[in-house]
Design a protein around this ligand. Structure first.
Ligand code: ATP
Length: 595
């Protein structure tokens, strides 16, 4: 309960912070709207009573009082209508502001969070629930609190009116709704637990939907004829969640029906009593109309009140997911004693590094040590799954090792602000990004903070041999590339790789890591790039991960990794003489060409 109250408070704070004036307007208009119907009912009662009196006196003309009352009724009816319209607008405006604010919080959290979170399915569950709920739940809390207060206020006012007629009728109005309250709350809890349980299944459904509608899977889906297969998997997953939810809703509807019968009995009793009192002259026709309307309005407000109460309970359950996600801790941060490193001057050392992916039983990196001096070109080689890319990620501090350390110029990188440390690095990842944006922008992403002159972008594109192609595009460097947006032009995979390489080179970082940077390049481009490799990297310290031994042999030193451990290291010549793993791999690859 304490946590829920904390979440409520936190939600209200967020709502207020996102749009204080609109929140205030929302509260004012809501309170105003709880009084207007009551005034309207009272005016109607007065009107009916005067008209009855005038009609029974046989006067024949309409007195000025009646006209004034009619005008007042119309004015208040208009105010009620206008307030309702204004209320809708204010709520929309406020929720848009909040949505914007919450997306800001959500996105800045997800780009800051440790990469290791992406290895855990619970993270995706939390992210998917948070992104579903965050934009609107806090506002729903505020609106439900406001509606509940308004509903309660109006309800008490209406009950007060009814109490004039008969106090126990007012009590009845409240009592017959108690089973409804309990039911709502009970089923809200059940629905929440259900939705929590089905998050992994819902993500599976979304994944199958992406396989069927996404651009990337579209080719294989067609070629291998996988459409029907995935349609059936989607339907199975989709219907599973839907049917279970429908089942819960069906039970709730059935039980609600019983509670509605109780309410109908109360309505019957009230109407009989009002009719009986009117006929016996106990109340005037105007009073009769007022009581009937008050009773009807009272029932509506009770419904509003209950709806808001159940909504609030539901909000308290779901908003927890949002705060849980927003409070996920970032562990890749600067640990004390914090240090500063403006430039890379001497060396980077891996010291007894060990690392295991969450859920894996064996270490991916096991006691790895090596030193890379400033200006060296180092190649990391080894069989598939040896741990080369993982090592590169550890050097970039995308993960922290479970033991051991990465020391840059004598400073443990754990003592550096990761954001500042990463400024010293530029990387082409094996699974580099394709940004569906302008070609020039794609290269500029390497250093988005700096407003670099265009000729630097062009120079980087020239180095990787993509400049000529970009110039031929309809808008040159301003042409959008990819397939997602209008007037964009798709590139081949190798051309994308050249763009990614240009992006890494454009970033003027002293350390360059290239993970399979030429896997899709044609022989000529690859030959050209690696022939000029030293010119291209311009004295930057470079780590090259590759399976192509012709490229590897240009490195100053080669580190051979196998099953997460350094098994050999030295120059190409030294390793060839050693006749170890490197020699075997090299010989196997070159023998195919020799034949
Ligand atoms: P390749 O030459 O095929 O690119 P690699 O040497 O770069 O391989 P890594 O990608 O570092 O190898 O992977 C090393 C091991 O870690 C592999 O056994 C792989 O299955 C495992 N692994 C890689 N990424 C993850 C991950 N995100 N979660 C869990 N295990 C992973």
């Amino acid at each position: 309960m304490r946590t829920r109250i904390k979440y409520f408070r936190e939600s209200i704070r967020l709502v207020w912070k996102s749009a204080p004036s609109w929140t205030l307007a929302n509260i004012i208009i809501s309170v105003l709207r709880s009084f207007l119907p009551l005034v309207l009912i009272w005016l109607l009662k007065e009107l009916i009573d005067i008209i009855t009196k005038v009609a029974s006196s046989g006067q024949g003309t309409v007195p000025a009082d009646v006209l004034w009352l009619i005008i007042a009724v119309v004015i208040f009816w208009f105010l009620d209508e206008a307030a309702s319209g204004l209320d809708t607008y204010i709520r929309k405006k406020q929720s848009m502001k909040l949505e914007d604010y919450m997306y800001g919080l959500l996105h800045s959290k997800s780009v800051k969070l440790d990469l290791i979170n992406f290895e855990r399915s619970e993270y995706y569950d939390a992210l998917s629930r948070a992104s579903r709920e965050a934009p609107w739940r806090p506002n729903s809390i505020l609106n439900n609190i406001v509606s509940m207060t308004r509903g309660l206020l109006s309800l008490l006012l209406m009950a007060g009116v009814l109490a004039f007629l008969n106090w126990w009728l007012a009590a009845l109005l409240l009592a017959v709704n108690i089973p409804g309250i309990w039911l709502r709350l009970h089923y809200t809890g059940i629905l929440y637990s259900f939705r929590l349980r089905q998050t992994p299944e819902a993500r599976k459904t979304a994944y199958f939907n992406w396989l069927l509608t996404g651009e990337r899977p579209s080719r294989e889906i067609r070629l291998f004829g996988l459409g029907d297969y995935f349609i059936s998997l989607f339907r199975k997953s989709f219907l599973k969640t839907q049917e279970e939810e429908l089942d819960i809703l069906k039970k709730r509807t059935l039980i609600e029906l019983i509670s509605d019968v109780v309410k109908a009995a109360a309505v019957l009793l009230t109407l009989v009593i009002i009719a009986e009192k009117t006929v016996s002259g106990g109340i005037t026709l105007g009073q009769m109309a007022m009581f009937v309307l008050a009773f009807r309005q009272g029932m509506i407000y009770i419904k509003d009140f209950l709806g808001s109460l159940a909504g609030l309970y539901e909000d308290s359950l779901f908003v927890g997911d949002v705060f849980e996600f927003l409070s996920l801790e970032e562990n890749v941060k600067a640990f004390p004693p914090e240090a500063e490193l403006e430039d890379f001057r001497h060396n980077i050392v891996a010291d007894k590094l060990c690392f295991t992916y969450p859920g894996n039983k064996t270490r991916t990196i096991n006691n790895v040590s090596f030193e890379i001096k400033k200006g060296e070109i180092i190649a990391l080689v080894g069989p598939n799954g040896a741990g080369k890319s993982t090592l590169a990620r550890l050097l970039c501090r995308l993960y922290d090792p479970e033991s051991g350390s990465v020391i840059c110029d004598g400073i443990n990188i754990k003592n550096l602000d990761p954001k500042k440390y990463r400024k010293l690095l530029s990387v082409v990842f094996q699974d580099f990004m394709l940004y569906n944006m302008a070609a020039g922008e794609n290269i500029r992403m390497g250093d988005i903070d700096e407003k670099m002159p265009d000729d630097k972008i062009i120079a980087a594109a020239k180095v990787t041999g993509i400049d000529a192609l970009i110039r031929e595009l309809p808008e040159g460097y301003n042409t959008a590339i990819g397939t997602l947006f209008e007037d964009s032009r798709e590139l081949s995979w190798g051309e994308w790789q050249k763009i990614a390489l240009a992006r890494a080179i454009f970033r003027e970082a002293p350390l360059l890591i290239l993970d399979e940077p030429s896997s899709a390049l044609d022989a000529e481009t690859e030959y050209d790039i690696f022939n000029r490799f030293r010119d291209i990297v311009k004295g930057r310290t470079s780590i090259l991960i590759s399976h192509r031994f012709t490229n590897i042999s240009l490195a100053d030193r080669i580190i051979v990794i196998d099953k997460g451990e350094v098994v050999e290291s030295g120059t190409h010549e030294e390793l060839m003489k050693r006749k170890g793993l490197y020699y075997t791999m090299y010989s196997k690859q070159s023998s195919r060409f020799d034949r």
